[in-house]
Ligand binder design. Structure first.
Ligand code: GDD
Length: 305
């Protein structure tokens, strides 16, 4: 197992690799950047790979409105560079592209499946449509085993704090610990189809074990509002979200994806995939994890005082 990381991360492993510290003795890390074709080419020229999971991207939709240029440069060129380097050096390597339900954007049909037309609503969504089309083109033009997963939102305790689920569960824990008193959020009525990352990573792997490369929607088939997520997360600690959540215009997006819900029939039938986590289980696990981390830190701070 090999991984690509930024050079600065290699210089600060204790802080940068906390989420993979338990794996470090089993992976070889290489310094490379999605923005540099020579750096990717160099890694692909020095090692042989059976499968490549191209998950790296600027993945925060809100940031893509703030700096659309760097999102487009990194996401589109990064995908193109990976595909081009593999085609040149290791055309037999199987390639996975992380597509996104954000490609459906202003949805043309509900639920969304592999046939649903795309209508992205952000530079991020547009960059993912471009990556998806590049992947398909390399498959058709050069016969490469290049597959795309169209994954709906997938969450878990390792989620970044800027995404709405982790923002909610980490703030619930900080409210419980007496560190903050409110949770500012944007659109509470946005609907998302939330699943668990563990389940979704299994689907990615299955896609590369097939006889022929193809594209697959991975989703739970259930949609919930941000408000419902808040309700459930606060109820884990016996609080009412209405006492803490404050709507703040700053967290609204210039163009919103109002509602997403996926139809994963193809993944279920062709890949034999199905999710194992329910929506309440995901929320519970994330809140419990944040309580452990936050309250653990508070206790440790007290012993230091
Ligand atoms: N982040 C954030 N912060 N989102 C908020 C907030 C807030 O304060 N308040 C409301 N929301 C709403 C957003 O407007 C959006 O409708 C929804 O919560 C989910 O936002 P995110 O958690 O930031 O995720 P996302 O749906 O935009 O994108 C995620 O899922 C995609 C797959 O569908 C990311 O992981 C993407 O990289 C991924 O492709």
């Amino acid at each position: 197992m090999h991984g690509l990381v930024r050079r600065v991360a290699l210089e600060d492993p204790d802080r940068r690799f906390t989420r993979i510290s338990h794996l470090l003795d089993r992976i070889q890390l290489h310094a490379a950047s999605l923005e540099s074709y020579p750096s990717l080419f160099s890694v692909v020229s020095r090692h042989e790979f059976d499968e490549c999971y191209h998950l790296a991207a600027q993945s925060f939709v809100a940031e893509s409105f703030a700096d659309g240029f760097s999102t487009m440069n990194t996401n589109i060129n990064g995908t193109h560079y990976m595909l081009a380097a593999l085609r040149e050096l290791q055309p037999k390597c199987r390639f996975y592209f992380a597509g996104s339900s954000e490609m459906f954007g202003k949805v043309r049909q509900t639920p969304q499946n592999e046939e649903t037309p795309f209508h992205p609503r952000s530079p991020y969504g547009i960059s993912k449509v471009a990556g998806f089309e590049l992947t398909r083109n390399y498959r058709e033009a050069y016969g490469m085993f290049a597959a795309s997963g169209i994954l709906f939102n997938h969450e878990g305790p390792r989620r970044g704090f800027e995404f709405v689920t982790r923002k909610i569960t980490s703030t619930v824990a900080r409210i419980k610990a007496g560190q903050v008193t409110e949770l500012p959020l944007g659109n509470l009525d946005a609907r998302r189809d939330w699943g668990h990352s563990k389940d979704y990573v299994r689907a990615m792997h299955l896609m590369l074990q097939q006889h022929t490369p193809d594209d697959f929607v991975v989703a739970s088939g259930e949609s919930h509002t941000v408000r419902e997520f808040c309700q459930l997360a606060f109820s884990q600690v016996n609080l009412d979200y209405r006492d803490y959540v404050r709507v703040d215009e700053r967290f609204y997006r210039p163009a919103e994806v109002e509602s997403l819900v996926g139809d994963a029939t193809k993944s279920r039938t062709v890949l034999g995939w199905k999710p194992t986590y329910s929506f309440p289980e995901i929320v519970r696990e994330m809140v419990q994890n944040d309580l452990r981390v936050t309250l653990g830190l508070t206790e440790r701070m007290k012993t230091l005082q």
